[in-house]
Design a protein around this ligand. Structure first.
Ligand SMILES: [Zn+2]
Length: 129
């Protein structure tokens, strides 16, 4: 075996640090992890008091989340407290494929009915002399 140099796969470099979110959804998830608050992004329909994660500009949102009017940030942290609000029309996430029925357990070698096997009784057979 010859020692080959580690091949680098094409695409974005992945590392433990410096991983930039690629979508508002990822950015919201990253901000949520960082802030410990439920985070949403522009385009989601969710009501409540939100603060821009970049400059803390606060809005009282009633419809679709906008871009931050101050800095253009897409990600908002939910400041209303209480339970995490559920965005309207977010059925893609809500519909989790958990309806898969458990596979029926198949037990092999289990006989439900014992067939009445004919038992031959031979008389006159001596097993032991
Ligand atoms: Zn902002």
């Amino acid at each position: 075996m010859s020692s080959l140099p580690p091949q680098r796969r094409g695409g974005a470099p992945q590392g433990p640090s410096g991983r930039a979110p690629t979508s508002p959804k990822e950015a919201a998830a990253a901000a949520e992890e960082r802030l410990g608050l439920p985070c949403f992004y522009a385009g989601q329909r969710v009501k409540g008091l939100f603060g821009c994660v970049a400059d803390q500009f606060q809005i009282n949102n009633r419809g679709t989340l906008p871009q931050c009017p101050q800095c253009g940030e897409l990600v908002w942290a939910y400041m209303g407290g209480g339970e995490r609000p559920v965005p309207e029309g977010d059925e893609d996430q809500a519909r989790a494929p958990e309806q898969a029925a458990p596979a029926p357990t198949v037990q092999e070698g289990v006989k439900l009915e014992e067939p009445s096997a004919p038992v031959k009784v031979e008389e006159g057979v001596k097993l032991e002399p």
